[in-house]
Design a protein around this ligand. Structure first.
Ligand code: FAD
Length: 385
């Protein structure tokens, strides 16, 4: 079998890449080791924060904006709601870099926002514990994206546009040769393509054993908190925006009650112990793993019961500089990696998938790929040798 493009891994980035390839009329195949929208990688748990003004920099604002457009098109095609915009509130002490970084990224792209002092915050958002030194940035373009729905709809759209999909099959080896790439699969077959896009998330170092980008996979947990009886109305999306909150000891983020689930809360430094074998990551969560997020909930929200519900294990994949690794690992390679999407990658994933396809097909990218170039590590490795 000879394809134009094979996409390995149909999670957040890979499902988007397959959709982008199929939309271009390219003969493409997607391969996924588990089922579509499964709960064993990095993309399960009903919701992800979609922040339009991200503190990581203007290049990430561009990725989020492009993702929003791509999902809006998918929403129009399917009648489903992938992203729900509810507004986003960043709260931190006035001199915090968090507020400065959010404002700088939004200013760089002329995005609107509102500045709030401690009095405004207390009046408008009484759910939060606010100190006199706190300030807020309210971003009207922020909300929540539904990860399982986005992945499923992307794969289905790709199939409608002609993509072939193989589920329950693992890519075991990738071999580049003159004129193409061979991919061995766990069912014993070999498939070939002119270009291969590797979007295997936490499994990247297992599949690309000589990948120059040093990756660390860390444990993260998903958890939700229930409003105290009588306080339910305080945490609905119309009055309780998505938030990020910096406190002295602990900093966290969260989302309102969406789709009748509870209030989702996590910590900024949520990346826990290192994971060697992503397939063995335990979905169950031990009580000790929840102590800090429960302490954060107790400190910040008097009207939530600070006992985590529905807790579940997840994984975060990071580069040392915590920037994504999107592109060819070395010049002339026929492989494109969509890697290390960190603890904030879902909101960018539709654009990341598209960017991977644009690089694979030598198209002019819509979003600048330079800040994400994986060869920043290849070059470092060569310098050391
Ligand atoms: C607790 C938690 C909270 C988060 N919160 C947010 C948030 O609020 N906002 C946000 O934007 N982001 C958030 N993120 C980050 C975001 O979810 C991830 O960056 C993103 O989901 C990563 O997507 P991915 O495509 O790289 O990986 P995945 O979606 O895991 O996809 C990789 C896929 O490759 C498949 N695969 C692996 N190896 C093979 C193989 N050899 N052959 C075939 N298939 C293979 C896997 O089965 C999987 O389906 C959070 C992450 C966690 C863990």
């Amino acid at each position: 079998m000879n394809k134009d493009v094979i996409v390995i891994g149909l999670g957040a980035a890979g499902s988007a890449a397959l959709r982008a390839a199929a939309r271009r009329g390219v003969d493409c195949l997607g391969v996924e080791q588990f089922e579509i929208a499964h709960d064993r990688g990095s993309s399960h748990g009903r919701s992800r924060l979609f922040r339009s003004g991200t503190s990581e920099g203007p290049e990430y604002v561009d990725l989020a904006a492009r993702s929003r457009q791509l999902w809006r098109e998918l929403e129009d095609e399917t009648g489903e709601e992938i992203v729900t915009i509810v507004g986003g509130l960043s709260i931190a002490p006035a001199d915090s870099p968090l507020l400065a970084d959010v404002r700088a990224a939004m200013d760089a792209r002329d995005l609107p926002y509102e500045l709030l002092d401690a009095k405004d915050l207390r009046e408008r958002f009484p759910q939060h514990h606010i100190e006199d030194r706190d300030r807020g940035v309210l971003d009207p373009g922020t909300g929540v994206v539904r990860p399982e729905l986005a992945i499923r709809l992307s794969v289905e759209a790709a199939q409608r546009a002609g993509a072939e999909v193989r589920i329950g099959v693992r890519a075991t080896r990738i071999t580049e040769r003159s004129g193409g790439v061979d991919v061995q699969l766990s069912d014993g077959s070999t498939v070939s393509a002119a270009q291969v896009i590797v979007a295997v998330g936490a499994w990247t170092a297992h599949l690309l054993t000589d990948y120059a980008v040093p990756l660390i996979v860390r444990r993260a947990v998903l958890s939700w908190f229930t409003p105290r009886p009588g306080a339910e109305r305080l945490f609905t999306p119309d009055v309780f925006p998505v938030f990020t909150r910096e406190l002295d000891e602990l900093s966290g983020w969260g989302a309102p009650v969406i789709d009748e689930y509870a209030v989702k809360i996590g910590l900024h430094d949520q990346a826990g112990f290192e994971i060697d074998d992503p397939t063995a990551n335990d979905p169950r969560v031990a009580d000790w793993e929840l102590e800090r997020v429960e302490a954060f909930c107790a400190a910040q929200f008097a009207d939530l019961i600070p006992v985590a519900q529905h807790a579940r294990g997840c994984m975060i994949t990071l580069t040392p500089d915590e920037r994504f690794a999107i592109g060819r690992p070395e010049a002339g390679s026929r492989i494109v990696t969509l890697a290390a999407c960190s603890g904030h990658g879902f909101k960018h994933s539709a654009a990341v998938g598209e960017l991977g396809v644009q690089i694979a097909l030598d198209e002019q990218p819509i979003v600048d790929p330079v800040p994400f170039d994986p060869t920043r590590y290849t070059n470092e490795k060569e310098a050391v040798q």
